[in-house]
Write a protein that binds this ligand. Sequence first.
Ligand code: NDP
Length: 477
Amino acid sequence: KKASIGVTGLAVMGRNLARNLARHGHTVALHNRSEQRTRELAEQFGSEGDFIPAYSAREFVNALERPRQVVVMVKAGAPTDAVIDEFAELLEPGDVIVDAGNAHFADTRRREAALRERGLHFVGTGVSGGEEGALHGPSIMPGGSKESYESLGPLLEDIAAKVDGTPCCAHIGPDGAGHFVKMVHNGIEYADMQLIAESFDLLRGALGYEPARIAEIFRTWNTGRLDSYLIEITAEVLAHTDAATGKPFVDVVLDQAEQKGTGRWTVQIGLDLGIPITGIAEATFARSLSGHANLRAATKGLGGPSRTPLSGSEAERFADDVEQALYASKVVAYAQGFNQIQAGSAEYGWNVDLGSVASLWRGGCIIRAKFLDDIRAAFEAGPELPTLLTSGDFRKAVEDAQDAWRSVVSTAVRLGIPTPGFSTALAYYDGLRADRLPAALVQGQRDYFGAHTYRRVDGEGSFHTEWATEARAERPA
Ligand code: NDP
């Protein structure tokens, strides 16, 4: 018997994907550069399903039924290229190579174009959910040709997470679409985590609550509209006590956030596409600021207000206000992320279905949340929505939340608690709703120093003012 799919690269992610496939009744060929991992998988988990361990690339390829489907799950970057090149030599037209690692979508586009020339399908797919997700049901975002999805799709849908019986996997669009959407997923994840972290900081700074008490608040929030994996794990992290010191775990962790780079990619591409993804950008910069230990040490003690806890009715309302501010800011961050997908889709001709993206993020992935079902519904009702902020339910929810949102941001400013995520979300909201923006003045400045011209509110065309003469004439004597 031959295998319907093969996995090469059997570190944590590849091994768990292979096991997940086998547990769903698929025969899985196994391969890894060093034989040890292949052998271990077959020995430890061989009873979970049908595996065909292979100890050379050729043996692996020969174990696969046609069209062959090879999932590559190795270190991103040069190793991925090396493995793709190796298998491209051995495969035949119509076969499919799947890169399930965290590739940059531009690399995926390059690889897809090169393999297409050789008659091979190349599917760059986003896989979210980490190690556990890979084993028990990740959210899967495959790009590549429609044709490749015909053979590959059913297998991926089998192993994906399910929400209301719907698999968290759907064909996203050609070439790099899958990895692009996974990139934005990670960017949104950065923004969401930052907003949750700011909520914690606010509750602590403005109310003086201990982490365990804040964990309780997050648990309560998790029963409402903020119900999500990230809120759930936040409550667990905050409730955790460090065994060595007996202190709250969060107080013994060095406060310098790291990143592997997908957030940075999202911001870079956001700039390239001209999409204001300010929530993701601020979240990425907030991690960056936290990591500048020397700069932070040098600026310790710069003047500012002390974090005097609130009292009276302001204190009573505050936790509920933060919930509303968090919700509103979250809507903004997601709205921006979906705008970026819209823009990428238009730029590269991917025709991405935003409702389907929201749907497959409902389960399996890190940003999974009840909220995403509302986003799915919003895009299904209005696929051409210019922004989530104008969809009926979100519009009303954000309008209803805005008093609390403004109050929380002003409290943060007053107490000197940094809330880049909340603040930028509110500035974005006010920027969009403004009748007039000071961009008019910026245009005037540009025309003044660089003759960059401007357009007028009362007519077509571009205009330039002779500043040297006109402004001089107006100068006070
Ligand atoms: P690693 O990223 O640690 O990569 C290890 C695997 O790559 C091993 O199988 C290793 O083989 C193989 N490898 C490394 N270099 C080469 C090479 N030059 N030629 C052939 N094989 C090579 O594994 P992970 O399982 O952590 O991640 C795999 C992919 O999944 C990565 O792209 C990563 O970014 C992504 N990832 C995704 C996550 C998600 O949630 N979606 C979470 C974690 C990772 P050997 O055993 O011989 O050393």
